[in-house]
Design a protein around this ligand. Sequence first.
Ligand SMILES: [Zn+2]
Length: 402
Amino acid sequence: MTYAAAVLRRCDDLAAFSEEQGRLTRRFATPALWQAGETVGEWMEAAGMAVRRDAIGNLIGRLGDAERRTLLIGSHLDTVRDAGRYDGTLGVLVAIGCLERLRDQGRSLPHAVEVVAFADEEGTRYGTSYLGSRAFVGCFEQEWLERRDADGVKMREALSAVGGSPEGIAGCRREPEDLIGYYEVHIEQGPALESQDLSLGVVTAIAGQTGATVTFSGVAGHAGTVPMSLRRDALTAAAEWILAAETLARGQDGLVATAGRLTLGPGVGNVIPGRAELSLDLRHAEDSVRIRAGAELRRRAEAIAASRGVEVEWRSHETAAVSLSPELTEHLAKAVVASGRPVVRLPSGAGHDAAIVSMIAPAAMLFVRCAGGVSHNPAESVTVGDVAAAIDVTTRFLESVR
Ligand SMILES: [Zn+2]
């Protein structure tokens, strides 16, 4: 339990590195994030690792000779605004804790390990997620450097100001030849493990996502004079469609559909809405299920619009699901069994660095139960027992992969 307790203490320590007084906000290329990285770097060095920082600010600690095959193990240190202290950070600190435990027990690994603390996963500052892992796998797009944050600060300038090097980002690319794979421990960010009274889950896939903007256009009119039979109300059409989306998702295992944003025109109490623009977020671990559901929802939107005499416009973009490595995941499942726990497999509805790093190396992920499934919130919470379980399983996993 002592290693788990140390991990939780360190999560508390890092929560002090924040852009904002009284709450945890640690966005990409801020002094708060950079300083948190410096502290983690000191812990890595104390654990015997050779530590470096790449041009985008990823912190990398290596244990093991250069000629050895290497397992990457990591997560991210950046946060959303008013965040919890475990999303991302826990995965980095569990990795360090496992290596400290192995060292203290005089055990060595059959391969090298690189612990990677990614500089941006959340995308909170520039609206582009995974800047750290994208640079790491070599798919960072140079034009992103010209993006500005809400205060008008260019990414290029922000990165230089904290000690990064915009010119050097191409050099962040990690050549994959010697890599065994990538492994990430992360809080679940959902209630599945808690509802089954389980500490840990083996992640099977990272869900793909369709994001759509659906706009219903009718005719605005006087709320007192246009009879109900003659109305072309954009909002009632949108409402009918939202309920159809909910019904569809409830009827399909693992499918989630959310309309999280709704804008009305003109948006006045005594005017029939002439325009309703809403967002759809649709996710499933299997692309075929998600794509079929998206097509069905588009058909439903068109049918509802036609029956109500309104128009509908549909704009969408999508990211594919990521399957994790069957082979590494099997090693992980065996490590869970060896630690005396049941193996429960579940997909991740949220995106993770593992989705990006899987472009250059086979990836596996372990979920840790979090209280109430809450994340992106200061109420985020994990237990010392569950973190101890994650350390035990991760240590066994590290010893078993070749
Ligand atoms: Zn995260």
